[in-house]
Design a protein around this ligand. Structure first.
Ligand code: GLN
Ligand code: ZN
Length: 757
């Protein structure tokens, strides 16, 4: 019974890859230096996996930026603007595709979330006459590198269907699947070359977990038949993850592949459907160790699942692995020295997960290590009985929740009248999304405070200075609804997590988000509660500085949930409800302190959507309810805002309406207000601020440009319900741009307002 992984984190236990790549970008390192560091990292990662008991070494999971981009380079799918000469793709072209290159006027390729993870891949661009050709030797070089030390090697690359489905058509619209024959020619060549140098070839086809159009089925079958022919004598593993593929079982089980990998963490129930149908020559790779989270495997549960499979297909047709690539977990738990010992004992990072795979495989073969198995069972026992994960008051509250808690007292139209009278806002009120530039001084103050180098008084005094400054600047700019600027927040989730019970934080738990960028998600390990107000003092202070309305700023429960490592011992909806109660209390305290405009950001609401259509409604139900629980316990006069920053709203418009926020601010400027079309058809009933200024770019938009966008918005949304604001928070911008852009925005609003009266 072989063990393997689908992929390992490439970033390095101390983010060596990030540092190497970034210093190469800055010109501090040569390409040769970079190449050497990468080689060292790969060799270390292979060895570490091997030492942890992984039988087959996976090669091809390493990337300088992203694997989809690597594949685009390998098959010569290079958009024209990079001026590629058709020869081997070199580093400068590769990084220009990933990040753009302003000197040569090249924009980057688009990047988007990899399924429902927080990892972003580079979206391949296809033209209608796309020609593919083998254009990069990276994978073959790495295989040679691995073969020096390791006999059993598995090459991994995205399967042709996933590669085409996740790419986008540029130029005139066409079905990217029409490019399959050309792509398969190159894949055949690749597979053929791999066939003599590795034992296994793993093709990742996570698109099988989605709803796949039926007309693709014959093509899929044909494609894999060809691939198998080219692959001999190597074996082909088709790997799927992030969900069940049982809806595609009738044809997947007929493919004569050598192994099929199933995600048995996300979708253990699919085993029952897949087992009886598996073709006789196909092995089953069971993904029983969670590659998406940081908890120890429940060994007993995993072993039982594997034994079920073994009882049907036999020992030699079963392989054991993590559920998906370990890319989504941090590298090594042993690096964590400051975690609460109790919670650390429940956790496993990538390396520990490799050992768990070994432990389970041994146990299923009847050679289980009693010490390790007992340690695992004891940890789970301790976790189940721990008093630090249980908070009976919170559980009581969730149990006693009543439907009226989710609703405002009166419908929007009536609230609107009260709010208008109370806030005295002009037509087309102007505001911002919350954060203002995080200057070097702000960051230095926060980091000194963290280090303990400042007293509470010193810290508070300095922060108040920043807040005062931001309030004054907003008054000078002429904005209508002000904010305090969020100088005290490093990150919109971490800031709240640090003040909530039930959360803990790693020191080194970095996970790649995109390119060299990593995030360190908080860990939710227990029932969530709020021991004390979290934002009230800062907001109250800001409010005392001005006659204008001051908007309080909170992060919503769904976003806090989505951007954390979530406990796996209760449903996500339960954890989210607990967070919602904590935010509800904060809303209540803000309201009591006199803050009567409160924004609750939910930028992650959409990314939490399940992959399968049939699961979406249930998620949206509880996600919207959690927002409502957090937001709707307020008086009529309190105006609730929410903010989301992405442009594809169509799928969740109904849910957004149900949230019943008084005002929503959304991203719109990058698409030239295109998304308003959706709102035209849908008739959004409350107020809305479509962003008129793209904060992701350092460019300062002119008055006329924003005026134009506003007029386009007025054509779709009644002017009485329109707000004027940027696309998102300004924390990544410099002051000079932010100031100039906001001045122009306020001026544009003034002009349009004037022409309305
Ligand atoms: N209030 C947050 C800010 O302005 C919102 C950030 C976000 O939407 N991602 O920074
Ligand atoms: Zn935003």
């Amino acid at each position: 019974m072989l063990t393997h992984t689908l992929g390992f984190p490439r970033i390095g236990r101390h983010r060596e890859l990030k540092k190497a790549v970034e210093s190469f970008w800055r010109g501090e390192r040569t390409a040769a230096d970079l190449t050497a560091t990468c080689k060292e990292l790969r060799i270390t990662h292979w060895k570490e996996q091997r030492d942890a008991g992984i039988d087959i070494i996976t090669v091809g999971d390493f990337s300088l930026y992203d694997s989809m981009l690597d594949t685009a380079a390998m098959v010569g799918c290079i958009p024209e603007r990079y001026g590629w000469n058709g020869e081997s793709v070199e580093l400068d072209t590769y990084f220009a595709m990933a990040r753009g290159e302003s000197e040569r006027g090249m924009t980057a390729m688009e990047m988007t979330k990899w399924f429902d993870t927080n990892y972003h891949y580079i979206v391949p661009e296809f033209t209608q006459n796309q020609i593919f050709s083998l254009s990069c030797e990276k994978l073959f070089h790495e295989i040679e590198e691995a073969r020096v030390e390791h006999k059993r090697v598995k090459a991994v690359l995205p399967g042709p269907f996933t590669f085409l489905r996740l790419g986008k058509a540029v130029g005139s619209p066409f079905d990217t699947m029409s490019l399959l024959p050309g792509l398969l020619d190159v894949y055949s060549e690749i597979i053929h070359r791999l066939s003599s140098v590795c034992e296994w070839i793993q093709l990742d086809e996570p698109v099988l977990a989605l709803n796949l159009p039926q007309e693709l089925v014959p093509q899929f079958r044909q494609a894999y038949m060809n691939i198998l022919q080219q692959a001999r004598p190597a074996k082909v593993m088709l790997s799927t993850y992030f969900g069940a593929i049982s809806h595609n079982r009738s044809f997947v089980s007929q493919l004569e592949i050598d192994a099929l990998h199933l995600d048995c963490v996300r979708a253990p129930e699919q085993l029952e459907f897949m087992l009886p149908e598996l073709a006789p020559q196909t092995c089953l790779s069971l993904g029983v160790v969670d590659g998406r989270n940081i908890w120890r495997v429940d060994a007993q549960k995993a072993i039982t699942l594997c034994e079920t499979a073994v009882s049907v297909v036999g020992l030699d047709r079963v392989m054991i692995a993590p559920s998906c690539s370990l890319l989504h977990t941090p590298v090594d738990l042993d690096e964590e020295t400051a975690l609460p010992a109790e919670v650390k004992n429940w956790m496993a990072f990538a390396l520990q997960k490799c050992r768990e795979v070994r432990m389970i495989a041994d146990a299923v073969r009847g050679h289980g290590d009693p010490v390790l198995l007992k340690e695992n069972a004891d940890a789970w026992e301790a976790r189940r009985n721990s008093t630090s994960i249980r908070n009976d008051i919170v559980r009581q509250r969730v149990e006693n929740m009543t439907p009226d808690m989710l609703c405002r007292h009166t419908p929007y139209d009536q609230r609107r009248t009260v709010q208008r009278a109370l806030h005295g806002l002009p037509l087309l009120p102007t505001t911002t999304i919350g954060s203002f530039p995080q200057t070097t001084e702000i960051r230095a103050t926060r980091s000194q405070w963290k280090k303990g180098a400042l007293s509470v008084e010193e810290y508070t005094e300095t922060m108040r200075g920043f807040i005062k400054d931001v309030v004054e600047k907003q008054e000078e700019i002429g904005l209508d609804v002000l904010v305090h600027g969020e100088p005290e927040r490093n990150d919109m989730v971490e800031y709240f997590g640090e003040q909530l019970d039930g959360f803990c934080f790693t020191k080194n738990g970095w996970v790649q988000s995109y390119g060299s960028r990593c995030v360190k998600p908080p860990v939710i390990f227990g029932d969530v509660s709020r021991p004390a107000p979290m934002t009230v003092e800062w907001t109250r202070y800001a409010r005392s500085l001005t006659q204008k309305p001051m908007k309080g700023m909170l992060t919503g429960p769904v976003t806090i949930l989505c951007w954390s490592f979530v406990r796996d011992d209760q449903p996500r909806s339960m954890t989210c409800t607990q967070i919602a109660f904590a935010i509800r209390d904060e809303v209540h305290d803000l309201e009591r302190s006199g803050v009567d405009i409160i924004q609750i950001d939910e930028p992650a609401l959409r990314e939490g959507l399940p992959l399968r259509d049939e699961d979406k409604a249930e998620y949206l139900r509880w996600a919207v309810d959690c927002f409502r629980l957090a937001a709707n316990g307020v008086d009529d006069g309190t105006q609730i805002h929410t903010h989301m920053c992405y442009a594809e709203f169509n799928e969740i418009l109904g849910a957004i309406v149900e949230m019943d926020a008084d005002v929503i601010s959304i991203e719109a400027s990058r698409s030239g207000m295109e998304l308003l079309e959706a709102f035209r058809e849908f008739q959004y009933p409350n107020e809305i601020g479509p962003g008129v200024y793209d904060i992701h770019s350092p460019r300062v938009p002119g008055v006329a440009e924003m005026e134009g966008l506003l007029r386009r918005a007025i054509a779709v949304i009644p002017v009485q319900r329109l707000w004027v604001n940027p696309d998102c928070g300004l924390k990544t911008r410099g002051w000079s741009e932010a100031h100039a852009a906001l001045k122009n925005m306020v001026e544009a609003a003034r002009i349009v307002r004037g022409s309305m009266i």
